[in-house]
Design a protein around this ligand. Structure first.
Ligand code: DHB
Ligand code: FE
Length: 260
């Protein structure tokens, strides 16, 4: 029982593969090197690391497939890459909580609102957030070094669709570059850095999930994110707040960044 869709896909893959071969005219050794690269990529995969996803990400394939499958009405928040560091079932937090448990970095207050495509507030939505610490690592990359669940949490929107929490300003960081994909990037002169961001996943009954980021407007890698995840609508506004009353109102000891 032939699969017509798979046949269509393979016909296109073979056509374009042959075009690549005719264009670059590889030697037999180069073909063997390509096969070795794919073999190494498979061997680097384990329970917590999927090197083929990394490969899809750095080739821009993941973002392109997402763009094709999640065309949204104008004004709706755009998706961007999920990445390998999402962990389900992160702890429930109350609005206003601080998710930074290692107390490193520049404090920031994130304030947002969940609205449907009609602009009406969505109460009771789940907002899961995750980001690296100030050294550029996720908690799961540094088990025993960072507190468990550092810089992760699951917030719930209030009756007005609002959520807010304290964290630290994100930093740019390198995607795992100690494997075949990282080596490939190095050999073609690409850096492994992701533009500074915080991840958000929003779920509400009866609504399509939103998997997205907030990007830091001052990050030097904004226009060269290694997985092509930046969209201009996702670049947030960071305002420095020094005012004492505002600091006390939100529970900050010193100045902080206000993000929306
Ligand atoms: C992220 C990391 C990756 O290694 C990747 O391929 C995509 C996204 C991230 O942490 O955002
Ligand atoms: Fe990330």
């Amino acid at each position: 029982n032939a699969d017509p869709r798979l046949r269509q896909v393979m016909t296109s893959v073979v056509k374009h593969l042959h075009e690549v071969i005719k264009e670059v005219e590889p030697t037999h050794d180069e073909l063997m090197a390509a096969i070795q690269f794919l073999t190494d990529t498979g061997h680097k995969c384990n329970d917590w690391r999927q090197e083929f996803i990394l490969l899809s990400d750095v080739l821009g394939a993941t973002m392109l497939v997402d763009a094709i499958n999640h065309r949204r009405p104008g004004g709706a928040t755009e998706n961007t890459i999920l990445g390998p560091f999402f962990v389900p079932n992160s702890p429930k937090r109350a609005n206003g909580d601080d998710i930074c448990l290692d107390h490193k970095g520049e404090p920031m207050l994130v304030e947002g609102r969940v609205l449907d495509t009609q602009g009406k507030p969505v109460a009771g939505a789940s907002i899961e957030v995750w980001q690296t610490n100030d050294d550029g690592f996720y908690d799961v990359q540094q088990k025993g070094v960072q507190p468990d669940w550092n810089l992760r949490g699951n917030f719930t929107s209030d009756a007005d669709g609002r959520y807010w929490f304290r964290s630290v300003r994100p930093r740019f960081y390198a995607i795992p570059d100690d494997g075949p994909v990282g080596k490939l990037l190095g050999r073609i002169g690409r850096h492994p850095n992701r533009a500074a961001h915080m991840h958000l996943m929003v779920n509400a009954p009866g609504h399509e999930p939103v998997i997205s980021h907030i990007f830091d407007p001052d990050c030097p890698y904004l226009d060269q994110d290694t997985v092509f995840g930046v969209k201009s609508s996702l670049i947030a506004d960071f305002q420095r707040v020094e005012d004492r009353a505002e600091r006390e109102r939100h529970g900050f000891a010193g100045p902080f960044w206000r993000v929306h």
